[in-house]
Design a protein around this ligand. Structure first.
Ligand code: PLP
Length: 720
């Protein structure tokens, strides 16, 4: 039970409310969300949907009233019944599909997890993918535990100054306001593990987050026993310098394996989500050698049970350190592996053009038995980019497969849209949502009903944007430009394009402004106005990204665009929900092929927001010809200026000739029939195929289960 439950006096009838709040399962279950919405709607909004914080703030009167309100109690009882069922179900997909693999566990390592906005331990797409993976694994009954960090200051909050410059604000998270609990060792004691770092030892504590059947174990070095600089090690996600980064990665990999052991867990499969966690293999090889294996046998055994997912087609995006740095910090980690130190270091050796370095992706590629990229196209790029790992092997034989990303549908679909699905696809639609045939039911939804939901979702977005601008103005006394840029001039009935993602060069956030006059004509059409909402953070050390952001911000203030360009600050899961559900079109125009997959377009599409995108990442396989638009300037190669100009022209032409006319082509009743066909196709084709359900099933069937099966055949290492 959560520690604060003894502090607040709950009416007996609601004695499991804290339990419901502290299991983030509630966040992807509408009935459970409704419990907290109904308990106190104003607090629900004020706390950005954080039930744990709500329970600290809610008044005793409100609780007492809820405890005797029959309709509230019906919701409450139903939510708890569902939670109990979710935790204890024996007829899950996993149990039925793999009855012989009971008792196994998968450990999923990731530097970030995006489970809910109240737990700010993620920066962007990688974290969202990890969070969605865990939630879906839980739903399917896959025995998976996540391993990551409980960064006390998390990722930064973004403030944008009146002249458009990003400022990073780090807030120390009050852990009592978050759905975390201390993880306990089997003996019931705290689970503190020592990790050697250089010539010292750092203590690592472990926290637990529950998401239904799935659990996350989050490491933390902020213990009184540690030196001040060691306490800071886990303070921020991607906040430190290279030295901090390598030490964080040692703690994640080596500390993570040790923590699992201390928790009494013995995973059968270790999944490394991106190279950050690759030091997992060091500790595991060492353990195998200590149990008597030779280096080769140990490496082979670890390969059989390690799965690696790479996410980055940008060479500079792969973590690499000098051998000196790595050796300095690993000094205390070797143990019996010390005799094979050179062989281990060779597993990470890679020269990406600036001399040989210790590369975390190279280490993972050489020590994982199964490797995947995150879209079909990304698979092609990865096999090409990492060819030197498999000398002599032609590209199509290099052992990197593709499992295209997906999104956790119950998390990302809007409540109003989910209700429409329930009416037309069946109340149990969530149970079958990766079955394409189910989605043919979408075709039967009447235009009027579908349009009414689309209109409501846009209204919710505008209410959210205005409320945020008003709060900022009232609390921070921000300047007028902030209010204008923040979207207060937007028109709730105009065609609204969303563009929200990290400000990184290859994402080309300014492509739309290539021809400012042409864009201005599109936006300011009197009869068919168009508007654009931008959001996104730049990495704190990325000044180039911050300049992109600043130029977008200045566009938002430029009267040439008539108040039809807005920038919403502090993009996070909360903002993302409103944007992907409430916009009309989702725009993505990266420089191909640098977008490994992308997932925000999937979130939008399942809400009936068609995707307008370059044929990169998932869209290269997701576009059917009738579920959105494919921006294709017809040029590729290194002449970026020419490629960008061609893509921009293609984008304008699509907007002018297809997107805008389809949206504004209304019948006598004011309904855009043609548009709604796109909306339907978008949902029908994307929801089943780009769901986390399809994705996790693929991981299980193609990566986890074979690794577990192989394990039976791996001989136990002999005695010393
Ligand atoms: C989905 C999501 C992302 C990933 O978006 P891309 O499509 O990969 O650019 C990033 N940040 C947040 C907050 C998200 O919800």
């Amino acid at each position: 039970m959560h520690r604060y439950s003894s502090l607040t006096s709950f009416p007996d009838r609601l004695n499991r409310l804290a339990e419901l709040a502290v299991d983030l399962w509630w966040s992807s279950h509408r009935e459970a969300r409704d419990v907290f919405r109904r308990l106190d709607y104003s607090l629900w909004r004020q706390t950005a949907h954080n039930p744990v914080l709500m329970l600290w703030k809610v008044s005793a009167e409100r609780l007492a009233a809820a405890a005797i309100d029959p309709s509230f109690l019906a919701l409450y009882d139903d939510a708890l019944r569902q939670l109990d069922a979710a935790r204890s179900a024996h007829d899950t997909w996993w149990a039925e599909r793999f009855p012989n693999l009971g008792g196994r566990t998968v450990a999923y390592f990731s530097a970030e997890f995006a489970v809910h906005q109240s737990l700010p331990i993620y920066a962007g797409g990688l974290g969202v993918l990890a969070g969605d993976h865990c939630k879906e694994a839980g739903d399917l009954g896959v025995p998976l535990v996540g391993v990551g960090f409980m960064y006390p200051q998390g990722y930064f909050h973004q403030l944008v100054s009146a002249d458009g410059w990003q400022q990073e604000v780090y807030e120390r998270l009050n852990w009592e306001h978050t759905a975390i609990e201390r993880a306990l060792a089997p003996d019931g004691n705290r689970c503190v593990t020592a990790v050697p770092l250089g010539d010292r030892s750092v203590l690592v504590d472990v926290w637990r987050v529950r998401v239904g059947r799935a659990q996350l174990f989050l490491l933390d070095t902020d213990l009184e026993e540690n030196a001040p600089w060691d306490r800071e090690l886990s303070a921020r996600l991607y906040g430190g310098d290279r030295e901090t980064r390598v030490q964080q990665e040692i703690i994640l990999g080596i500390g993570g394996v040790r923590a699992l052991k201390a928790l009494g867990l013995a995973p059968s499969v270790f999944h490394l989500n991106e190279g950050h966690a690759a030091f997992v293999v060091l500790q595991r090889i060492r353990d195998a050698i200590e149990a008597g294996a030779s280096f080769d046998a140990a490496l082979d055994q670890i390969r059989q049970t390690t799965v690696f997912t790479t996410h980055t087609p940008v060479p500079a995006g792969h973590d690499a350190f000098s051998f000196n740095t790595v050796e300095k910090h690993l000094a205390g980690c070797w143990g019996t592996l010390g005799a094979h130190r050179d062989r281990f270091l060779a597993l990470g050796a890679h020269d990406n053009g600036s001399g040989p370095q210790f590369n975390m992706t190279a280490l993972a590629l050489r020590s994982a038995g199964a490797v995947n990229a995150v879209s079909e196209l990304h698979g092609v790029v990865t096999r090409d980019m990492w060819g030197s790992m498999w000398p002599g092997l032609p590209a199509d034989e290099r052992p990197v497969t593709s499992i295209t990303n997906g999104v956790h549908v119950p998390t990302w679909v809007a409540a109003d849209m989910a209700e429409l699905f329930a009416q037309h696809l069946g109340r149990d639609w969530v149970q079958h949502h990766d079955d394409p045939a189910l989605w043919d039911g979408i075709l039967a939804i009447p235009d009027e009903a579908l349009w009414a939901v689309r209109q409501s979702l846009r209204q919710y977005l505008f209410a959210f944007v205005r409320e945020r601008a008003r709060d900022r103005w009232a609390v921070e006394r921000v300047s007028t430009p902030r209010i204008v840029a923040g979207g207060t001039l937007l028109d709730p009935n105009a065609l609204t394009i969303g563009f929200a993602r990290r400000f990184a060069g290859y994402k080309r956030s300014e492509l739309l402004f290539t021809d400012a006059d042409r864009l201005s004509r599109i936006l300011n059409s009197f009869e068919r106005p168009v508007q654009i909402i931008f959001a996104g953070k730049a990495h704190p050390a990325d000044d180039v990204g911050k300049h992109h952001l600043q130029r977008i911000y200045r566009r938002a203030l430029d009267p040439h665009f008539g108040g039809r360009v807005a920038f919403v600050d502090d993009y996070d899961l909360h903002v993302a929900h409103f944007l992907v559900q409430g916009c009309d079109v989702w725009l993505n125009n990266p420089r191909k092929p640098l977008e490994a997959s992308g997932t925000s377009g999937m979130k939008a599409a399942i809400n009936g927001v068609p995707h307008l995108s370059i044929g990169d990442g998932w869209w290269a396989e997701g576009f059917t010809g009738s579920n959105g638009w494919h921006i294709d300037g017809g040029l590729t190669g290194d002449d970026y200026e020419a490629v960008d100009a061609a893509d921009a022209r293609a984008l304008y032409a699509l907007l002018e000739d297809q997107v805008v006319p389809a949206f504004y082509d209304r019948d006598a009743a004011g309904v855009p029939r043609r548009w709604l066909q796109l909306v339907r196709e978008s949902i029908r084709t994307v929801a089943p195929r780009f769901s986390a359900r399809r994705m996790v099933k693929e991981y299980v069937e193609r990566m986890y289960a074979p690794a577990m099966d192989r394990q039976g055949a791996v001989p136990e290492p002999g005695p010393r």
